[in-house]
Design a protein around this ligand. Structure first.
Ligand code: PMV
Length: 324
């Protein structure tokens, strides 16, 4: 069977996106700044099939319900762009836990976009490919590119924006992200549901939106100038503001587990003792710790001492999505 294979790495946002503009284009209400990670990702093989609908297999299991509908909606957009109405088999394998706040949808939709671009002969340039990936998952737009990535917010007026581009950070940062897995069960509230609920009920949401651009611009500047401390401080500030919005929603919800808080406390204590490290959390219980290569092993060894941690990986910056 004629098929196309692609691989995309996950990415983790240092300055978060949380909230969507109205409409069906999945435009983010905020921009973001992220780091693509070498250690985790998704491989996807796309083929045309003679079947009444698309089939989505993830880690050897045929998917139904929401995961299948998301992939089908995405492929409907590709079919509308190309006037090629064939159904597809999407066969994916994640090197990262699925639906747990470790960005499996980012690498998943970036790999699928990459494969679809080739298989349907879309010939999209990287910016348009990033926009296509965003329709599947907001953070997927960033996984098209490697290392540090800057993502533009959507524009409510002309439906542009909402695409990512590579950011040339100062190499002296020599950044590492220690990924600390704090639970093994999938999250209960998807980021999509969480964002919609937060934006419609949290009184803190307008402040999140109004203060976001400043954080993004300052953190971007810090990354380009090699100012690790400012980048780290803004990374923590952004994640805590995002989670504070959720805590103020009605009803409130949170992704933290006791171990999440234990890791946050340990990071803060390590910092008080002179280590340069900063935490960030997404829509899941895991903690990612931003540090520099020279201190990464020492910090990871300290974090390993926390009882109950499931796995710790020191992730290095990784490349953009590619065809295999
Ligand atoms: O890509 P989505 O739409 O599942 O949203 C991801 C949201 C966060 O991971 C919490 C933040 C981010 O910018 O990646």
């Amino acid at each position: 069977m004629n098929s196309t294979r692609a691989y995309a790495h996950t990415n983790i946002a240092l300055i978060k996106y949380w909230g969507k503009l109205p409409g069906h284009l999945n435009l983010p209400a905020t921009g973001s700044l992220s780091l693509t990670l070498q250690n985790f990702g998704t491989e996807t093989t796309l083929s045309f099939i003679d079947a009444p609908e698309d089939v989505f297999v993830l880690n050897n299991q045929e998917q139904t319900g929401d995961p299948l509908s998301r992939v089908q909606r995405f492929l409907d957009i590709v079919r509308a762009l190309t006037k090629n109405n064939q159904h597809c088999l999407v066969d994916s394998r994640n090197d990262v836990p699925t639906h747990s706040g470790l960005a499996s949808s980012a690498s998943g939709f970036a790999a699928l976009s990459m494969a679809a671009n080739q298989h349907f002969s879309l010939n999209l340039n990287p910016t348009d490919l990033s926009q296509l990936a965003r329709v599947g998952s907001g953070s997927a737009a960033r996984s098209i590119f490697g290392d540090f990535v800057y993502m533009h917010p959507g524009s409510p007026f002309d439906k542009t924006g909402g695409y990512a581009e590579p950011l040339l950070a100062d190499p002296s940062l020599d950044i590492r992200l220690i990924v600390v897995q704090c639970a093994s069960t999938p999250k209960e509230i998807s980021s999509r549901t969480g964002m919609i609920h937060t934006s419609s009920t949290s009184p803190y949401y307008p402040s999140w939106i109004n203060t976001h651009a400043f954080d993004l611009e300052e953190a971007t500047k810090a990354a380009m100038q090699g100012d690790f401390r400012t980048l780290g401080e803004l990374t923590e500030h952004s994640t805590l503001k995002m989670h504070a919005c959720m805590l103020a929603a009605k009803p409130a919800f949170w992704y933290f587990e006791p171990l999440t808080i234990a890791v946050m406390n340990r990071v803060k204590n390590l910092r008080d003792d002179g280590a340069n490290c900063y935490f960030t959390m997404d829509a899941g219980p895991h903690v990612k710790v931003l540090c520099q290569a020279k201190q990464a092993d020492g910090i990871a060894n300290e974090l390993k001492k926390i009882e109950g941690i499931i796995q710790i990986d020191i992730a290095t910056p990784g490349p953009g999505a590619k065809l295999l």
